[in-house]
Design a protein around this ligand. Sequence first.
Ligand SMILES: [Zn+2]
Length: 469
Amino acid sequence: MKNHTLKIAFHGAAGEVTGSRHLVTAGDKTLLMDCGMFQGHRNDAALKNREFKFPPASVDAVLLSHAHVDHCGLLPLLFKNGCDAPIYATPATAEIAGIMLADSARLQEADARFYNKIHAAEGLTIEPMYDEDDANKAMAQFKPLGYDTVFEPIPGVTARFQNAGHVLGSSMIQLDLGTGAGKRRLVYTGDLGRAETLLLDDPTAPKNTDYLVIESTYGDRLHEPLQDAEGKLVELIKTTYKEGGKLLIPSFALERTQEIIFILDKIRRYNLAPELPVYVDSPMAVSLTEIFNKHRDSFFFDEKFRDYAKTDGDPFGFDFIRYLRSKEESQTLNNKKGPMLIISASGMCEGGRVLHHLRNNIGKDNTTILLVGYQAAGTLGRRIQDGEKKVRIFGMEYEVAARVDTMHSFSSHADKNDLLAFIKAVNPARGVFLVHGDAEARAELKLSLEAQGIKNVVCPAMGEEFELN
Ligand SMILES: [Zn+2]
């Protein structure tokens, strides 16, 4: 192992929760961990996304923790701007990234068309950051590798992916190299799953770690137990069945939708609730569920799930759930009478087909809207969750007569207690960097860690670089 100067620079998700980009330099070689998109208001996002603070052509290897857009969404722009490095990721992450990046390109193209149309009189135009061709070019760079496969992304640095339990394929990135001061191990968690997950193998703490770069999304909050989800869903199905209405679940297409489908499969299998038609109305969720089904016997999933899948050949309910891809099929649901359950994206009701279902059903008192994830301030999902009596959908005002409920037991992220337990188990010898969390979450987690005797806890600022001795 050659001796190198090791540095890490934080080019995103430093004091906020999106746009993860962490640049590791070993000697004269550079390795980028994640290349995520900052997600926020248009002007702010344009500023943070369109220009890299490092030359894309200087990146020698990209290692991707998982396929959420806030971790992989700028890969096409990186390659459009001169990078030609390989992208290492697990096979499931590579497959899911293909779907996410193509969708991201289409959204940007549609957004640019819309912006340019409404600002035509002022002569204002915007260009999408990248298009589907750019996304395809980035996809051609993927080199899929399984967990625990040792590889050498840049000379002198060995790497391996380990299960992070966050979404299908998600991984922690472990880097080993020799510095002037000796051998060093750096682990980046990517997004870290809960200590106990529903479908995936639970994350385990890597050993002999010197430096830990860890997310802190829920550094100041606790989740409700995952076990509560099934009972709540059973109750809502019973009510929907009795009232003959629609149970509408706006859901994130990756992981959350498959978790709900799996619970529905269990409810059906054990006859816990009356049978009602179930529709998954989101082309992306359909494609992603197919990837889950394809990998369902693999190491990505935990033992409990694999045991279930052994006795139930159809854990994602393909035999009773109608998976809808086409717009026409989706529209037929408008005229169908309940009871029925519809799962549709997006999870915060900011776009996607769920808007049509909301428009058609939010004014009916036999509709239940079940929110199953975090609802960011300013989103339609948040307004519905806050109990607003009137909401605007596609520019029209609608009275809210539907029952609104929130399930707090789902999350793909470790909560405060999970993070503390994980960091204590890793017990990094030289330092902890808290990323991917807002200021309050990071500050509270740092205080709690210090109270427990964990030293050298750093909250890096955007663009800040550290030499790792
Ligand atoms: Zn994520």
